[in-house]
Design a protein around this ligand. Structure first.
Ligand code: FUB
Length: 467
């Protein structure tokens, strides 16, 4: 596991170590909201964990083997007064001293976040890479009951001392990149700001209707801009199945391509395009009808992707079961149907995506079914945005059962402008208990070999360092 040092975390949070020192943090410092950390006990090496992934009020917090679970991931909320709240990512509930007790031995629980000072914690630097977490209401420290090293031992508050069971490593974790269930992430960069546009997941039959937009300047801290398009409310020809969007900019306008259909009657999926003056919407249907209707070409009309070449020409890719590609007209909302090409590499299922590096075009896609743990990403290369493409060059992303990572696919790739640094966004089954409709968005590094081939991505539970 990648471990962010206290200094690195403080830097991310905009803190100096002096400000997390013995004195309460100065009122004028500002933490960056939203960083997520594991709290790793120095004594045991185990993580602060909401027992059994419970989402209930009053669920006890203990220590457990660090396992990548969201019930071990704590989102920091800067209160602006030198204290933070820590909300468990699986439940959204806060680390809390039960009953606001001032006693030694009081149990640590999760409880709906409130203004209670028994949910407010100050980081006190030990000077050697760890912190004590001091509860505001009591001045007492987060500790492990009886100094135990056992799995499942409960956390409590106790008078601060020198015990290593009161010393915690703050390990910054950036995967999942987005809180909650989001799939098919499309990552891009506009004017130095990164954006993610995913499918909102967690609905039987992928029946969600809303698209959110997220932005970040460092690929780690993401701001949710809320719903930027709701196909039920905003699209006349669809009311369901808001899937797998992508976006492109031209002349200051943002074109948002998406898959959608109806919940009943003819449930065929179509591709639509909506437009806005900002990458965070709100987007409005550009055509009033689908850009690509079901049945116009082979396979399902889903999973759009757009690649824009150096000459400013944009290309649309889409399809499940068959892959299609075509130059877009300058209006970004039409194309010459006679130019549509179909390319079906062996193993192709869906999720096309194209990038260019050093004059080589990379056509990538997802294989197998998104409900399978074997969902994965493969690629081919070509000499233009529409090929001709090589045969399948290999798999670049797949499950890693040693880490409990399954169902890795429907990806997108972004280049850090002006560099040869590349990042891949993709979804995997949520951890724990995910499946093909309960997926989370991840970001990891993508590297090329000297010969231009893509190195298999190492999917991580921890994610990437901030840019
Ligand atoms: O999220 C709904 C569908 O699942 C997408 O369109 C497919 O690519 C698959 O990920």
């Amino acid at each position: 596991m990648r471990r962010g040092s206290l200094a690195a975390l403080a830097a991310v949070l905009g803190l100096t170590l002096a400000l997390v020192g013995a004195a309460p943090a100065a009122a004028d410092h500002h933490l960056t909201d939203g960083a997520s950390v594991n709290l790793i006990d120095r004594h045991s090496g185990r993580c602060a964990d909401v027992i059994s992934q419970s989402t209930a009020d009053e669920a006890e917090v203990g220590q457990y083997d660090c396992n990548g679970g969201l019930n071990q991931l704590w989102r920091l909320r800067d209160l602006g007064n030198g204290y933070v709240q820590l909300a468990a990512r699986h439940s959204g509930k806060c680390l809390d001293v039960t009953g606001a007790s001032g006693d030694d031995g009081a149990q640590i629980i999760q409880w709906p976040c409130s203004s209670g000072e028994n949910q407010q914690w100050r980081f006190q630097d030990t000077g050697d890479g760890y912190v004590q977490l001091v509860a505001r209401h009591s001045g007492k420290c987060l500790d492990v009951r009886d100094g135990s090293t056992a799995n499942g031992a409960r956390l409590e508050q106790r008078t601060c001392g020198s015990a290593q069971s009161q010393q915690w490593e703050l390990s910054l974790v950036s995967n999942p990149a987005l809180p909650g269930l989001f799939a098919d992430p499309n990552i891009t960069v506009f004017d130095g700001t990164y954006y993610l546009y995913p499918t909102t997941d967690g609905f039987a039959g992928w029946s969600g209707t809303q698209f959110h937009a997220f932005s970040s300047t460092d690929l780690v801290h993401w701001t949710d801009h809320g719903v930027v398009l709701d196909v039920d409310a905003d699209i006349s020809w669809a009311d369901n199945s808001a899937w797998a969007p992508t976006i492109a900019e031209k002349d200051g306008r943002y074109y948002f391509y998406f898959s959608a259909g109806r919940a009943s009657g003819d449930t065929s999926k179509h591709l639509g395009v909506a437009v806005a003056d900002s990458p965070t919407g709100p987007f409005h249907d550009a055509l009033g009808h689908p850009l690509v209707s079901a049945g116009a070409y082979g396979g399902q009309a889903i999973d759009p992707a757009v690649f824009t070449d150096d000459d400013g020409r944009s290309y649309l890719y889409w399809g499940q079961g068959a892959s299609h590609q075509v130059p877009l007209n300058d209006d970004m909302t039409s194309f010459d149907a006679s130019q549509v090409r179909t390319y079906d590499p062996s193993g192709y299922n869906e999720g096309s995506f194209v990038i260019e590096r050093g004059g080589t075009y990379y056509f990538m896609w997802s294989e197998n079914d998104t409900r399978s743990e074997d969902y994965r990403v493969a690629y081919a290369t070509g000499s233009s945005p529409t090929g001709p493409w090589s045969g399948r060059a290999g798999v670049i992303l797949q499950k890693d059962l040693s880490q409990g990572i399954k169902g890795t696919g429907h990806h997108s790739v972004v280049q850090v402008p002006g560099t040869d640094e590349w990042y891949i966004a993709y979804h995997r089954f949520a951890i724990p208990d995910g499946d093909g409709t309960h997926r989370e968005t991840m970001i990891d590094r993508l590297y090329f070999n000297a010969d231009g081939s893509i190195r298999p991505v190492v999917p991580t539970l921890d994610g990437v360092d901030p840019l």
